[in-house]
Design a protein around this ligand. Structure first.
Ligand SMILES: Cc1ncc(COP(=O)(O)O)c(C=O)c1O
Length: 347
């Protein structure tokens, strides 16, 4: 408040404060993008950036292509906008997390990426976790670098600093910028001035890249510790080790009732994210998916947490197999028998 005085508490421009836009642009330029401060729109987190982008690239009745497992709040947003969720090959536009996916923590497969880049459709690039790749070598380039005329690039400080300030950004092709700003203005006039001032001040006075190096190391270690604990306690569970981000995306070795499994886990004092929230379409094959986060908890508690989860899992499996092997009761059988005259009445 002392450093920025009135601007931190005053109305500002729709696109956000210039010092912060400059810093965001510099960071994108360092990653190979050809952008300037004037290409950046500061948003209320990545979520608002996705919301504006999707309004720019789709209309009523369109479909949007998404990865088979994707970020639930984006899927909810698309559904709320009455968009049909489709595969990436089919949508009117695509929504992807090319560097680090949520929930799988992995880069977009090379073939999928190449197909997107060689297509003609608009792409929403959600880079929320892109700077949290574990490997010190750079990941795949931003789609923004390769296809700036079709890419709607979304970023955020939520995963690298703190989500509570609600500061993210959006870069759209220059010809769409005026429309993007109108949508932003209609939505909330501008992002929070104080948050923007706090962030600009923080970035100007701290070594953010050094912070990222430390975070990548921290999260990689946590990922390893959680992966080891899961492999030991639940050897039938499968996952690809994440390339970045906050979680393991797991395919368990049996199908159970997800809600019941969650209830049993909660009774043990642990929790997980059920796979159904991440699937764009219901998954037909017989497996349970779940996302386990390692970002927040103390790794010293991982072994105990996973042991409790394993107990809940075994119980859920027992309950599922009892349910599926129990013969139908007389009452249910009677209910299933068509009532006299039902056939005629239906006609
Ligand atoms: C992939 C992805 N995109 C966007 C967001 C939203 O981020 P923000 O807090 O910046 O709105 C999240 C938050 O979980 C996320 O996982």
């Amino acid at each position: 408040l002392k450093a920025n005085g009135a601007p931190a508490l005053q109305y500002g421009w729709v696109e956000g404060q210039e010092p912060l836009r400059k810093l965001v642009a510099q960071r994108l330029v360092a990653r190979g993008a050809r952008v300037q401060a004037d290409d950046v729109i500061i948003t209320n987190g990545a979520q608002q950036a996705i919301s504006i982008a999707v309004q720019l690239v789709t209309g009523a009745g369109d479909s949007i292509g998404v990865q088979p497992a994707s970020y639930p709040a984006a899927l909810d947003l698309f559904r709320a906008r009455k968009l049909a969720l489709s595969t990436l090959e089919k949508g009117r536009a695509s929504y992807v997390m090319p560097g680090v996916g949520n929930p799988d923590g992995r880069a977009l497969p090379a073939k999928t990426r190449a197909a997107l880049l060689s297509g003609r459709r608009p792409i929403i690039e959600d880079d929320a976790y892109g700077e949290l790749r574990f490997s010190p070598t750079p990941g795949p380039p931003l789609l923004l670098n390769e296809q700036p005329a079709r890419t709607y690039h979304v970023g955020t400080f939520s995963k690298t600093l703190c989500p509570g300030l609600r500061v993210g950004w959006l870069v759209v092709p220059p010809r769409r910028r005026a429309h993007a700003l109108r949508l932003k203005q209609n939505d909330d006039l501008q992002s929070n001035s104080l948050s923007q001032a706090v962030l600009a001040d923080y970035l100007a006075h701290n070594d953010f890249d050094a912070r990222l190096v430390a975070l990548r190391r921290l999260y990689r270690r946590r990922a390893q510790r959680l992966a080891e604990a899961v492999q030991k306690a639940l050897p039938g569970w499968r996952f690809n080790f994440p390339e970045g981000g906050f979680c393991l995306w797991i395919e368990a070795d049996a199908a159970v009732d997800e809600t019941r499994f969650l209830e049993l886990a909660l009774a043990e004092g642990v929790t997980f994210d059920g796979g159904s929230a991440f699937h764009a379409q219901p998954v037909a094959h017989r497996a349970t998916h779940l996302r386990l986060c390692f970002s927040f908890e103390d790794p010293a508690r991982f072994r105990e947490g996973v042991a409790r989860l394993a107990r809940a899992w075994r119980r859920a499996q027992r309950q599922t197999s009892r349910k599926t092997s129990r013969p139908a009761s007389r009452r249910t059988k009677a209910k299933r028998r068509p009532r006299k005259g039902a056939h005629e009445r239906r006609r």
